[in-house]
Design a protein around this ligand. Structure first.
Ligand code: HEC
Ligand code: HEC
Length: 236
């Protein structure tokens, strides 16, 4: 059964890739984003509205990139992409049974295309113009503040259960969501707050639950992720 479903999804992906290939070719004069990126990334919205579409995604949605990323991070990551989701877009596609439980089947994960500095700069600029969710961002206000590392981790792990899906250090934490020790380097603080407040406002079919985190709880989680990213940068 599992195999049949997988086979079906795979066929759908091939058909989808073929369809996107055609529209991509038709839009070739639309620039690099259309030509080289739209096959895997949703650049126009809306977000996936069904579970089927969410599972079939070949890459994260970029149509709200301007509300989400830090431009300087985009420029550098696009030249030297490093993995952010330890088990790829959909965890279930990239795990295999191992001695101590499920392991990531790294052989099934592909490296991301890397761009020249000029292309990365240009594409990052174009991505930053995509801002359909200014309304969600405008609701967030980040209070300045810091949090003690132990308290922050306890809050993140024990109190809100975020560790189940997110790494807070390389190889420490859950594997199904994006790593979060680089989150504050990658993402605008207001996006982080908004996504924690209501993940489904951004991605209706995301499997990140809405934990109904209190306002104070959101501020603490943002401060914690800011601290982790500073630490990760210093460790390099
Ligand atoms: C073959 C499919 C594919 C193509 C083509 C592709 N990407 Fe990606 N992209 C991905 C996947 C998969 C990820 C998630 C990587 C990860 O989490 O480690 C990703 C991640 C990203 C991210 C980081 C987003 C995030 O939140 O994690 C950016 C930015 C990005 N891609 C931009 C681009 C641009 C610009 C292009 C065109 C030049 C492009 N991609 C082409 C599959 C693709
Ligand atoms: C059941 C797994 C799960 C749990 C629990 C979970 N998340 Fe997530 N989270 C995800 C997934 C999956 C994504 C990627 C969003 C998507 O594309 O669907 C995500 C995305 C995020 C993002 C945006 C990161 C990015 O690069 O796009 C932040 C920030 C985040 N989660 C924080 C948290 C916090 C804080 C908690 C605890 C309150 C939490 N998450 C609990 C699965 C989870």
């Amino acid at each position: 059964m599992q195999r049949i479903i997988k086979g079906k999804i795979y066929m759908q992906r091939i058909i989808l890739a073929a369809l996107l290939g055609f529209s991509g070719a038709a839009l070739a004069e639309g620039g690099m984003l259309q030509k080289d990126c739209s096959g895997c990334h949703n650049l126009t919205g809306p977000a996936a509205q069904t579970l089927k579409d969410a599972f079939a995604k070949n890459g994260p949605a970029l149509f709200y990139a301007g509300n989400k990323y830090r431009q300087e991070w985009l420029v550098s990551w696009l030249q030297k992409p490093e993995r952010i989701r330890p088990a790829g877009m959909y965890y279930g596609d990239h795990i295999k049974p191992g001695a101590k439980g499920d392991e990531i089947d790294t052989a099934t994960l592909k490296d991301h295309v890397a761009l020249s500095k000029a292309d990365a700069t240009k594409v990052a600029h174009e991505l930053m113009e995509l801002k359909p969710h200014d309304d969600l961002i405008a609701r967030e206000k980040i209070e300045p503040g810091t949090i003690d590392k132990m308290m922050g981790e306890m809050n993140f792990d024990k109190f809100w259960g975020c560790m189940a899906c997110h790494l807070i250090e390389p190889e420490y934490g859950g594997l199904s969501g994006p790593e979060l020790y680089t989150a504050a380097k990658r993402l605008q603080p207001e996006f982080i707050a908004s996504f924690i407040r209501n993940p489904q406002a951004w991605e209706p079919k995301t499997w990140m639950p809405n934990k109904a985190v209190s306002e104070g709880g959101i501020q603490k989680l943002v401060h914690y992720l800011e601290m982790l990213s500073k630490e990760a940068a210093n460790a390099k």
